[in-house]
Design a protein around this ligand. Structure first.
Ligand SMILES: C[S@@+](CC[C@H](N)C(=O)[O-])C[C@H]1O[C@@H](n2cnc3c(N)ncnc32)[C@H](O)[C@@H]1O
Length: 208
Protein backbone atom coordinates (compact mmCIF):
# COMPACT_ATOMS: atom_id res chain seq x y z
CA UNK A 1 0.00 0.00 0.00
CA UNK A 2 1.43 3.44 -0.85
CA UNK A 3 2.56 5.73 1.94
CA UNK A 4 -0.24 8.15 1.12
CA UNK A 5 -0.06 11.35 3.16
CA UNK A 6 -3.65 10.82 4.21
CA UNK A 7 -4.86 10.13 7.72
CA UNK A 8 -7.44 7.46 6.87
CA UNK A 9 -8.34 6.98 10.47
CA UNK A 10 -9.50 10.61 10.84
CA UNK A 11 -11.08 10.58 7.36
CA UNK A 12 -13.12 7.48 8.14
CA UNK A 13 -14.12 8.70 11.59
CA UNK A 14 -15.54 11.83 9.97
CA UNK A 15 -17.38 9.74 7.34
CA UNK A 16 -18.72 7.03 9.62
CA UNK A 17 -22.28 8.30 9.82
CA UNK A 18 -22.70 8.95 6.11
CA UNK A 19 -25.46 7.08 4.28
CA UNK A 20 -24.54 4.15 2.06
CA UNK A 21 -23.55 5.08 -1.51
CA UNK A 22 -26.30 5.45 -4.10
CA UNK A 23 -24.11 3.60 -6.63
CA UNK A 24 -23.99 0.59 -4.32
CA UNK A 25 -27.76 0.67 -3.72
CA UNK A 26 -28.37 0.94 -7.47
CA UNK A 27 -26.13 -2.06 -8.09
CA UNK A 28 -27.90 -4.08 -5.40
CA UNK A 29 -31.21 -3.04 -6.95
CA UNK A 30 -30.19 -4.59 -10.28
CA UNK A 31 -29.22 -7.80 -8.52
CA UNK A 32 -32.48 -7.91 -6.58
CA UNK A 33 -34.56 -7.43 -9.75
CA UNK A 34 -32.64 -10.30 -11.31
CA UNK A 35 -33.78 -12.41 -8.36
CA UNK A 36 -30.25 -12.96 -7.11
CA UNK A 37 -30.31 -13.47 -3.34
CA UNK A 38 -27.76 -11.82 -1.02
CA UNK A 39 -24.52 -13.77 -1.25
CA UNK A 40 -20.86 -13.12 -0.54
CA UNK A 41 -19.60 -9.54 -0.85
CA UNK A 42 -16.09 -8.12 -0.59
CA UNK A 43 -15.74 -4.46 0.46
CA UNK A 44 -12.24 -3.34 -0.52
CA UNK A 45 -10.94 -0.40 1.52
CA UNK A 46 -14.17 -0.44 3.53
CA UNK A 47 -13.18 2.40 5.86
CA UNK A 48 -15.63 2.85 8.74
CA UNK A 49 -17.97 0.67 6.73
CA UNK A 50 -21.15 2.58 5.86
CA UNK A 51 -21.43 0.37 2.76
CA UNK A 52 -20.50 -2.86 4.54
CA UNK A 53 -23.25 -2.06 7.04
CA UNK A 54 -25.75 -1.62 4.18
CA UNK A 55 -24.75 -5.03 2.82
CA UNK A 56 -25.08 -6.63 6.26
CA UNK A 57 -28.55 -5.09 6.72
CA UNK A 58 -29.57 -6.67 3.41
CA UNK A 59 -28.40 -10.13 4.48
CA UNK A 60 -25.02 -10.39 2.74
CA UNK A 61 -21.96 -12.12 4.14
CA UNK A 62 -19.33 -9.38 3.99
CA UNK A 63 -15.56 -9.59 3.80
CA UNK A 64 -14.51 -6.07 4.77
CA UNK A 65 -10.86 -5.33 3.99
CA UNK A 66 -8.91 -2.28 5.10
CA UNK A 67 -5.35 -1.48 6.15
CA UNK A 68 -6.57 0.90 8.87
CA UNK A 69 -7.29 -0.86 12.17
CA UNK A 70 -9.15 2.15 13.64
CA UNK A 71 -11.52 2.11 10.68
CA UNK A 72 -12.25 -1.60 11.03
CA UNK A 73 -12.87 -1.08 14.75
CA UNK A 74 -15.51 1.54 13.90
CA UNK A 75 -17.19 -0.90 11.51
CA UNK A 76 -17.18 -3.77 14.00
CA UNK A 77 -18.61 -1.50 16.71
CA UNK A 78 -21.41 -0.35 14.39
CA UNK A 79 -22.49 -3.80 13.16
CA UNK A 80 -25.78 -5.01 14.62
CA UNK A 81 -25.27 -8.08 16.85
CA UNK A 82 -27.61 -10.14 14.65
CA UNK A 83 -25.42 -9.52 11.60
CA UNK A 84 -21.95 -9.53 13.16
CA UNK A 85 -21.60 -13.28 12.46
CA UNK A 86 -21.74 -12.41 8.74
CA UNK A 87 -18.99 -9.79 9.02
CA UNK A 88 -15.41 -10.90 8.38
CA UNK A 89 -13.03 -8.00 8.96
CA UNK A 90 -9.59 -8.31 7.38
CA UNK A 91 -6.86 -5.93 8.53
CA UNK A 92 -4.51 -5.90 5.55
CA UNK A 93 -3.64 -4.24 2.28
CA UNK A 94 -6.22 -5.47 -0.20
CA UNK A 95 -3.50 -6.15 -2.78
CA UNK A 96 -2.49 -9.13 -0.61
CA UNK A 97 -6.06 -10.23 0.17
CA UNK A 98 -6.96 -13.61 -1.25
CA UNK A 99 -10.30 -12.55 -2.77
CA UNK A 100 -12.74 -15.43 -2.27
CA UNK A 101 -15.32 -16.55 -4.82
CA UNK A 102 -17.99 -13.89 -4.45
CA UNK A 103 -21.12 -12.28 -5.86
CA UNK A 104 -20.16 -8.64 -5.36
CA UNK A 105 -16.96 -6.67 -5.08
CA UNK A 106 -17.54 -3.14 -3.85
CA UNK A 107 -14.67 -0.63 -3.75
CA UNK A 108 -15.85 2.82 -2.67
CA UNK A 109 -13.09 5.37 -3.35
CA UNK A 110 -10.40 2.83 -2.52
CA UNK A 111 -9.05 1.46 -5.83
CA UNK A 112 -7.07 4.66 -6.58
CA UNK A 113 -4.90 3.77 -3.58
CA UNK A 114 -3.85 0.36 -4.85
CA UNK A 115 -0.10 0.10 -5.18
CA UNK A 116 0.46 0.92 -8.88
CA UNK A 117 2.74 -2.08 -9.45
CA UNK A 118 0.17 -4.43 -7.95
CA UNK A 119 -2.77 -2.97 -9.87
CA UNK A 120 -2.96 -5.01 -13.12
CA UNK A 121 -2.65 -8.37 -11.37
CA UNK A 122 -4.94 -7.34 -8.53
CA UNK A 123 -7.71 -6.16 -10.88
CA UNK A 124 -7.50 -9.39 -12.84
CA UNK A 125 -7.63 -11.50 -9.64
CA UNK A 126 -10.61 -9.54 -8.37
CA UNK A 127 -12.65 -10.01 -11.55
CA UNK A 128 -11.70 -13.66 -11.70
CA UNK A 129 -13.06 -14.16 -8.17
CA UNK A 130 -16.50 -12.95 -9.22
CA UNK A 131 -19.07 -15.65 -9.81
CA UNK A 132 -20.98 -15.53 -13.10
CA UNK A 133 -23.60 -12.79 -12.87
CA UNK A 134 -21.68 -11.15 -10.01
CA UNK A 135 -20.92 -7.44 -9.98
CA UNK A 136 -17.85 -5.31 -9.39
CA UNK A 137 -18.54 -1.67 -8.57
CA UNK A 138 -16.72 1.31 -7.17
CA UNK A 139 -14.70 4.32 -8.22
CA UNK A 140 -11.67 5.09 -10.33
CA UNK A 141 -10.06 8.51 -10.37
CA UNK A 142 -9.60 10.42 -13.62
CA UNK A 143 -6.49 12.21 -14.77
CA UNK A 144 -7.77 15.62 -13.61
CA UNK A 145 -8.35 14.52 -10.01
CA UNK A 146 -6.66 16.65 -7.34
CA UNK A 147 -5.20 13.52 -5.73
CA UNK A 148 -3.04 13.08 -8.82
CA UNK A 149 -0.49 15.32 -7.12
CA UNK A 150 -0.35 13.03 -4.05
CA UNK A 151 2.20 10.59 -5.44
CA UNK A 152 1.20 6.97 -5.97
CA UNK A 153 -2.51 7.54 -6.62
CA UNK A 154 -3.82 5.64 -9.65
CA UNK A 155 -5.36 7.84 -12.34
CA UNK A 156 -7.07 6.71 -15.54
CA UNK A 157 -8.25 8.39 -18.69
CA UNK A 158 -11.88 7.69 -19.51
CA UNK A 159 -10.75 5.33 -22.28
CA UNK A 160 -8.48 3.43 -19.90
CA UNK A 161 -11.24 3.13 -17.33
CA UNK A 162 -13.70 1.84 -19.93
CA UNK A 163 -11.09 -0.61 -21.23
CA UNK A 164 -10.78 -2.17 -17.77
CA UNK A 165 -14.45 -3.09 -17.99
CA UNK A 166 -14.15 -4.68 -21.43
CA UNK A 167 -15.75 -8.11 -21.40
CA UNK A 168 -18.03 -7.15 -18.51
CA UNK A 169 -21.59 -5.87 -18.90
CA UNK A 170 -21.40 -2.23 -17.83
CA UNK A 171 -24.45 -1.15 -15.83
CA UNK A 172 -23.09 2.20 -14.64
CA UNK A 173 -20.34 4.54 -15.75
CA UNK A 174 -20.96 7.81 -13.90
CA UNK A 175 -18.52 10.56 -14.82
CA UNK A 176 -17.90 13.29 -12.25
CA UNK A 177 -15.75 16.13 -13.52
CA UNK A 178 -15.96 19.13 -11.26
CA UNK A 179 -15.39 20.20 -7.69
CA UNK A 180 -16.73 18.84 -4.41
CA UNK A 181 -16.12 19.34 -0.72
CA UNK A 182 -13.63 16.73 0.49
CA UNK A 183 -11.43 16.77 3.57
CA UNK A 184 -12.76 20.23 4.48
CA UNK A 185 -11.70 21.76 1.16
CA UNK A 186 -13.24 22.39 -2.25
CA UNK A 187 -11.43 19.68 -4.20
CA UNK A 188 -10.97 19.11 -7.92
CA UNK A 189 -12.82 15.87 -8.49
CA UNK A 190 -12.58 13.70 -11.59
CA UNK A 191 -13.87 10.21 -11.13
CA UNK A 192 -15.67 7.33 -12.80
CA UNK A 193 -18.22 5.50 -10.69
CA UNK A 194 -18.73 2.13 -12.31
CA UNK A 195 -20.78 -1.02 -11.87
CA UNK A 196 -20.27 -4.03 -14.14
CA UNK A 197 -21.73 -7.52 -14.29
CA UNK A 198 -19.66 -10.58 -15.06
CA UNK A 199 -21.26 -12.45 -17.93
CA UNK A 200 -23.15 -15.62 -17.12
CA UNK A 201 -21.40 -18.98 -17.18
CA UNK A 202 -20.25 -20.03 -20.61
CA UNK A 203 -19.16 -16.55 -21.67
CA UNK A 204 -15.45 -16.12 -21.09
CA UNK A 205 -14.21 -12.94 -19.45
CA UNK A 206 -11.15 -11.70 -21.32
CA UNK A 207 -8.31 -9.84 -19.69
CA UNK A 208 -8.20 -6.38 -21.36
C1 LIG B 1 -11.33 7.25 0.70
S1 LIG B 1 -11.36 6.00 1.94
C2 LIG B 1 -12.89 5.17 1.51
C3 LIG B 1 -13.45 4.40 2.64
C4 LIG B 1 -14.81 3.78 2.37
N1 LIG B 1 -14.78 2.84 1.28
C5 LIG B 1 -15.82 4.87 2.09
O1 LIG B 1 -16.23 5.02 0.94
O2 LIG B 1 -16.20 5.55 3.05
C6 LIG B 1 -10.14 4.83 1.35
C7 LIG B 1 -10.00 3.64 2.28
O3 LIG B 1 -9.16 2.69 1.66
C8 LIG B 1 -8.23 2.21 2.60
N2 LIG B 1 -7.07 1.81 1.80
C9 LIG B 1 -6.33 2.59 0.97
N3 LIG B 1 -5.42 1.86 0.34
C10 LIG B 1 -5.60 0.59 0.78
C11 LIG B 1 -4.95 -0.65 0.48
N4 LIG B 1 -3.99 -0.69 -0.42
N5 LIG B 1 -5.36 -1.76 1.12
C12 LIG B 1 -6.37 -1.70 2.04
N6 LIG B 1 -7.02 -0.56 2.35
C13 LIG B 1 -6.63 0.57 1.73
C14 LIG B 1 -7.98 3.33 3.57
O4 LIG B 1 -7.52 2.87 4.82
C15 LIG B 1 -9.37 3.95 3.63
O5 LIG B 1 -10.13 3.38 4.66
Amino acid sequence: MPEAPIDWSAFNRAARSRPSRELLRRTLGCMAIEGRPPGVAVDLGCGAGADSLELLRRGWLVHAVDASSDSLDLLKAAAEPESSGRLHAHLQAYESFDVPACDLIWAGYSLPFCHPQAWPVFWQRAVQALRPGGRIAGDLFGTRHAFGSEGDVLLFTEAEARALLAGLEVEAFDIEDGHRPSGGQITRWHAFGFAARKPAAGVAWQTP
